[in-house]
Design a binder for this molecule. Structure first.
Ligand code: DSN
Length: 403
C-alpha cells in the first residue's frame, strides 16, 4: 500500500474511533498546512538575525512571530520555539542550567511523572542524580510537605514539576517556593496542561517557576513539538543549550505550525474549549465513579482521569484491547503503587481533549462512561462489544473530526 493510501486510512481511523488518549488532539487545517509547507525546505541553524545560512529573511519573520505569540499567550519574558519535542527540550534545560551528575528531583514515572524527569532508562536519569518523589499513597495527591522535606535533605540543583498522569491541579507556586528555599531552579513541564493554562482553567507556573517547558500537540492543539519559556536572565543559557547544545537546524515548518496554534489559542473560543475540557473530564470521572469504577485521587481537575481497574478484575492491557475493539482508544497506565508491570499495569488513562475538539459535551461524557463501564466489566462478551461498537460509531458520525 502506498504512503498516500496509508494516510487516507489513518484519517479514516481517526474519524471512526474516539481518541481518549490524554496526550492526543486534532489539529486545525491551518496548522497542518503550515507543517506541510515549503518552510520545511529551509535550513536555519541559529536564531533570527544570527543564522549560519543565507536566505532566512522570511524564516526569521516566521520564528519571530512564533516567539512573540508564545510570549503573549503565556505572559512569559522569553520563549525558545525551536525544541523538536518535550524530551529533548527537558534535556536542553538540564544541560543549560546544571552540571552533569548534579542532584535533581522529579516525579516518579509510575506515580505520573515522565521518562525525561529522571527515569533510569532515560538519558536524564543516566546523566544526573535524580531523586524521585511521588504521590501520597492514601490520597493519590502530591504531598508538598513531603516534597519540601526531601528537598531539604537532598538539596537538588533543580526540581522538576509537572506530570503525564496526575489528574489534579498542580500548585506550581508551592513547588517554586520549595525549590527556591533550597537554592534550586524550578522547572515546570506543562506539556499536558498547557492548553488549560492558556485557557485560564489551571494555575500558570510562568510567574513562579524559572523555566517552563511544554509540548505543543496536547491540550494546546498544535503541531508535534515543544517550546521553552523562561525568565530573561536565563534566556542566553537556554538558547545556547537548545542550539548548538542539543539540536541542529530548527524545523521552521513546525515553528510556523506552533505560531498558528498560539494564535488560535489566543482567541476567546479557546477559553471556552479549555473550560469544556475540564467539564467533560469531570463528568466522565463522576459518572464512572457512580458506576462503581475506582478513579485514582477520587476525581480530576484537568483533562485526564486515571482509572484503577484492580477491583473489577481486569488489567490495563485487557481493558485497552477490549476498548479498542469497540472504537474507544485509550492507553494502559501504571497507577501509583502499582505492583504490575508497565506492559500490563492495573490502570488505564483517559483524556478528553480530542473528543472535546470534536464538539462533545457533558451528555456525551455521560454516555461514554456507560460504554466504557460495559466494556471493562465484560471485555470478553462479543454481544457487549458489538452493541457498544454500534453506539461508538453513531457518536463518531455525529461528532466528526473537524476538517
Ligand atoms: N507520551 C506522552 C504522554 O502520553 O503522556 C508524554 O510524553
Amino acid at each position: 500500500m502506498s504512503i498516500k493510501e496509508l494516510i487516507k486510512k489513518e484519517e479514516k481511523r481517526q474519524q471512526d474511533n474516539l481518541s481518549l488518549i490524554a496526550s492526543e488532539n486534532h489539529t486545525s487545517k491551518a496548522v497542518r498546512e503550515a507543517v506541510g509547507s515549503v518552510l520545511m525546505n529551509k535550513y536555519a541553524e541559529g536564531y533570527p538575525g544570527k543564522r549560519y545560512y543565507g536566505g532566512n529573511q522570511i524564516i526569521d519573520q516566521v520564528e519571530l512571530e512564533a516567539i512573540s505569540s508564545a510570549k503573549k499567550i503565556f505572559k512569559a519574558e522569553h520563549a525558545n520555539v525551536q525544541p523538536y519535542s518535550g524530551t529533548p527540550a527537558n534535556l536542553a534545560i538540564y544541560a543549560g542550567l546544571i552540571a552533569l551528575g548534579d542532584t535533581v528531583m522529579g516525579m516518579d514515572l509510575s506515580h505520573g511523572g515522565h521518562l525525561s524527569h529522571g527515569h533510569k532508562v532515560s538519558l536524564s536519569g543516566k546523566s544526573y542524580k535524580f531523586v524521585q518523589y511521588g504521590v501520597n499513597p492514601e490520597t493519590g495527591l502530591l504531598d508538598y510537605e513531603e516534597i519540601r522535606r526531601m528537598a531539604r535533605i537532598f538539596k537538588p540543583k533543580l526540581i522538576v514539576c509537572g506530570a503525564t498522569a496526575y489528574p489534579r491541579e498542580i500548585d506550581f507556586k508551592r513547588f517554586a517556593e520549595i525549590a527556591h528555599e533550597v537554592g534550586a531552579y524550578c522547572l515546570a513541564d506543562i506539556s499536558h496542561i498547557a492548553g488549560l493554562v492558556v485557557g485560564g482553567v489551571h494555575q500558570s507556573p510562568v510567574p513562579y517557576c524559572d523555566v517552563v517547558m511544554t509540548t505543543t500537540h496536547k491540550t494546546l492543539r498544535g503541531p508535534r513539538g515543544a517550546i521553552i519559556l523562561c525568565k530573561k536572565e536565563l534566556a542566553d543559557k537556554i538558547d545556547k543549550a537548545v542550539f548548538p547544545g542539543i539540536q541542529g537546524g530548527p524545523h521552521e515548518n513546525v515553528i510556523a505550525g506552533k505560531a498558528i496554534c498560539f494564535e488560535e489559542a489566543a482567541k476567546p473560543a479557546f477559553r471556552t474549549y479549555a473550560k469544556q475540557i475540564v467539564k467533560n473530564s469531570q463528568r466522565l470521572a463522576d459518572t464512572l465513579q457512580q458506576l462503581g469504577i475506582t478513579i485514582c485521587s477520587g476525581g480530576t481537575d484537568t483533562h485526564l482521569i486515571l482509572v484503577d481497574l484492580s477491583s473489577i478484575g481486569v488489567t490495563g492491557k485487557e481493558a485497552e484491547t477490549a476498548l479498542e475493539k469497540v472504537g474507544i482508544v485509550v492507553n494502559k497506565n501504571m497507577i501509583p503503587g502499582d505492583t504490575r508491570s508497565p506492559f500490563d499495569p492495573s490502570g488505564i488513562r483517559l483524556g478528553v481533549p480530542a473528543v472535546t475538539t470534536r464538539g462533545m459535551k457533558e451528555l456525551e461524557m455521560f454516555k461514554l462512561a456507560g460504554l466504557i463501564n460495559r466494556v471493562v466489566r465484560e471485555p470478553g462478551s462479543r454481544v457487549v462489544l458489538e452493541s457498544v461498537k454500534r453506539e461508538v460509531a453513531t457518536l463518531c458520525r455525529k461528532f466528526p473530526v473537524p476538517k
